[in-house]
Design a protein around this ligand. Structure first.
Ligand code: UDP
Length: 361
């Protein structure tokens, strides 16, 4: 008998419906999807991605689907109802999946949306759901829980802190994250500037990093998708003297060139960050991470060794940590990324998950 491990899987990976892949609107899940697609293909599995039109992801085959984009979930109230626009790309994507599902062994959903969970029992192929955020609305939590109960083992998350935000925490499988380390170059001798990296949106609390930059006088370079212009303008208005620079949303290649020259990455999320891919991207460049002690970053950063964990929402704590950056050995940061967050290790965890779901693990 051929060992199960040798079997090549046909995987249909379904992207987020909030924006095209490559736009940055989807946040860290765009990078995670790309990494999984790339690594599964390297392992001999057949990959097809379904995503909104205009998506790009290197040479990975993408079936682009037209339609109106889904609203971002991040700022919804916990009792918000489920909403979808007319001619929704989300609905169109799942209609497409319904028609092609027989050609695949497993559907892997990366969208943080109610519909894919609702549709799971109606499909003839199994669905693995990778949840990329912590709890936002009760309605979505309830639907995810129904799937978690009815299809045990099919719910994957990044971290335990993320899982703990859901009423079905113990039914989640923690898969962590990982990156292609060969794309990130080590830099042992950085410049003075600090980096802040991510979607510019209130849940990321950029204003705290700007306040720390203002207090210390150390320049802060800001990279990421400009998601909320009004929020950004408010920050500029509050801190007109802060030595900050918005660089823009860069490709991984360009981003790591800039990031690696920074003294540290400052992460200030107000919400429970599910993971924080930017933390491991920084570590891969040898850049220490200063982060609030909550959510994913608190599970990533080794306090005092690869960065500092600071009391949540404490700007004084950020300033203190910035002053202690010379205690950190940047080689240890790179090493940390190599031992914990390689694509290979991520690939093993996802492949085992897929095989367990298909009953041939
Ligand atoms: N990012 C990027 N270019 C930039 C800034 C950010 O490609 O100039 C990417 C970064 O690599 C990461 C994502 O944006 O994958 C942010 O993801 P994270 O997991 O930190 O947070 P999320 O946006 O999912 O809440």
């Amino acid at each position: 008998m051929i060992p199960a491990i040798a079997k090549s899987l046909r995987l249909l990976l379904v992207s987020t419906s909030v924006g095209p892949l490559g736009s940055g609107i989807g946040g860290g899940v765009e990078l995670t999807l790309q990494n999984i697609a790339q690594e599964m293909r390297r392992r001999g599995h057949t990959i097809q991605v379904v995503a909104p039109t205009e998506s790009v992801m290197g040479d990975i085959p993408i079936q682009g689907i037209p339609g109106n984009l889904q609203m971002m979930a991040q700022n919804l109230e916990s009792d918000a109802p489920i909403c979808m626009p007319g001619d929704a790309v989300l609905a169109n994507m799942w209609e497409y999946i319904r028609t092609v599902q027989a050609d695949y062994d497993l559907i892997v959903n990366f969208a943080f949306d109610w519909l894919p969970f609702y549709l799971t029992p109606f499909l003839t192929r199994p669905v693995a759901h990778f949840i990329s955020m912590g709890s936002i609305t009760q309605t979505l939590d309830q639907m995810m829980e129904q799937v978690a109960v009815r299809f045990p083992g099919t719910i994957g998350v990044y971290t335990a802190s993320q899982a703990a935000t859901f009423p079905f925490a113990e039914r989640c499988r923690c898969l962590g994250s990982g990156i292609d380390l060969s794309l990130y170059e080590f830099c042992g001798e950085p410049g003075e500037a600090l980096a802040w990296l991510g979607r510019i949106a209130p849940e990321k609390a950029l204003e705290d990093a700007v306040a720390a930059s203002h207090l210390t006088g150390i320049p802060l370079k800001i990279f990421g998708k400009m998601q909320d212009k009004g929020y950004w303008q408010q920050i500029c208005w509050e801190y007109p003297q802060a030595p900050i620079e918005y660089v823009g949303f860069l490709s991984t290649k360009e981003l790591q060139k800039e990031l690696r020259q920074c003294q540290a990455l400052v992460m200030t999320p107000r919400w429970v960050e599910a993971f924080g891919n930017v933390a491991i991207e920084a570590l891969a460049c040898g850049v220490p991470v200063i982060a609030y002690r909550r959510g994913g970053p608190a599970e990533i950063v080794r306090d005092g060794e690869t960065g500092f964990l600071v009391e949540p929402d404490s700007i004084a704590g950020l300033v203190e940590a910035i002053k202690r950056l010379d205690e950190i050995d940047r080689y240890k940061c790179r090493q940390h990324a190599e031992t914990e967050y390689s694509l290979d290790a991520l690939g093993d965890r996802f492949e085992d998950w897929f095989k367990d779901i298909l009953g041939n693990g």
